[in-house]
Design a protein around this ligand. Structure first.
Ligand SMILES: Nc1ncnc2c1ncn2[C@@H]1O[C@H](COP(=O)(O)OP(=O)(O)OP(=O)(O)O)[C@@H](O)[C@H]1O
Length: 258
């Protein structure tokens, strides 16, 4: 049997801004269908790592492969084809405020395909249905939407091209606990139904517990540990102590505070 290839394969990555080294000898593999949570303290390099994986920044050394090919090898038409294979949910939703919900979700379809408008309409309404919204919601402007609805529309847009890979940046930030739980349940259900792979950056322990299938902790310029929450919690490190143990961790994870 051929071994399963990683969707993302980061090997021996070193990145820096000038003399400030952010990552050193960092390795990370993301396997098909998993939901990996990138966790780390402020400034540990989560966003920088995502930017490198997306090909938005160039590494000092090391290699990053996405879908089996070096991220730098995707140029021109190949790069456009690559961007059809992934979707991105930004923390703020990043909706275009001058466009109604419909056009926000239709935008990626219009950018990359020359599709007839009636087909775009079918896809947009289907994506809105995926996230629990209706054709009536399609006419609303972003300023009319609640925080939870903005996240849903942004998710519908991220999924508009039915991507194999979904990046989530703080997916539940700004939502109250109930909306946060609902949004996590929605992503979980869509993941089970559609089978995409997820890379998510989050500080929220409830989201990590309820959504991720694996956790990778960024600390000391590399992936310090990866595995289940239980695996991660075995490691003695100041960030892990502060993040997963103590009052907050115990509350979220149902463990005893240490
Ligand atoms: N454009 C930039 N120019 C210079 N330094 C930068 C730049 N972007 C990030 N950095 C630095 O790189 C380090 C990693 O930043 P990054 O934003 O990746 O961390 P993070 O883990 O995503 O943090 P947070 O959880 O606060 O969002 C930080 O020390 C930051 O100050």
């Amino acid at each position: 049997m051929t071994p399963v290839q990683p969707i993302i394969d980061v090997q021996d990555l070193t990145t820096a801004f000038g003399t400030h080294i952010v990552h050193e000898h960092l390795n990370l593999q993301v396997m098909p269908h998993e939901i990996i949570a990138l966790v780390g303290g402020s400034g540990s390099g989560k966003t920088t790592l995502l930017n490198h994986i997306l090909g938005l920044q160039q590494a000092r050394s090391g290699s990053i492969k996405v879908f089996g090919r070096s991220i730098e090898s995707y140029q021109g038409a190949d790069r456009i084809a690559l961007t059809r294979r992934w979707g991105m949910l930004f923390q703020s939703g990043a909706l275009f405020s001058a466009l109604p919900v419909y056009d926000n979700v239709a935008l990626p379809l219009r950018e990359v395909h020359h599709l007839p408008e009636d087909l775009i309409r079918d896809v947009v309404l289907m994506r809105l249905a995926w996230v629990g919204l209706t054709s009536r919601d399609a006419a609303l402007m972003p300023s009319d939407l609640s925080g939870g609805m903005i996240k849903r529309v942004a998710l519908a847009r991220a999924l508009s091209l039915d991507p194999e890979l979904l990046f989530l940046d703080e997916p539940t930030a700004g939502l109250d606990p109930q909306r946060s739980d609902e949004f996590v349940a929605l992503i979980k259900a869509l993941h089970a139904q559609l089978g995409f792979t997820v890379v998510m950056v989050t500080h929220d322990l409830d989201t990590i517990r309820d959504l991720s299938t694996r956790v990778a902790v960024l600390a000391d310029k590399h992936v310090l540990v990866e595995g289940t929450i239980t695996d991660v919690m075995q490691i003695k490190h100041p960030f892990i102590e502060a993040f997963f143990h103590g009052e907050r961790g115990a509350r979220a994870l149902g463990t005893t505070a240490s």
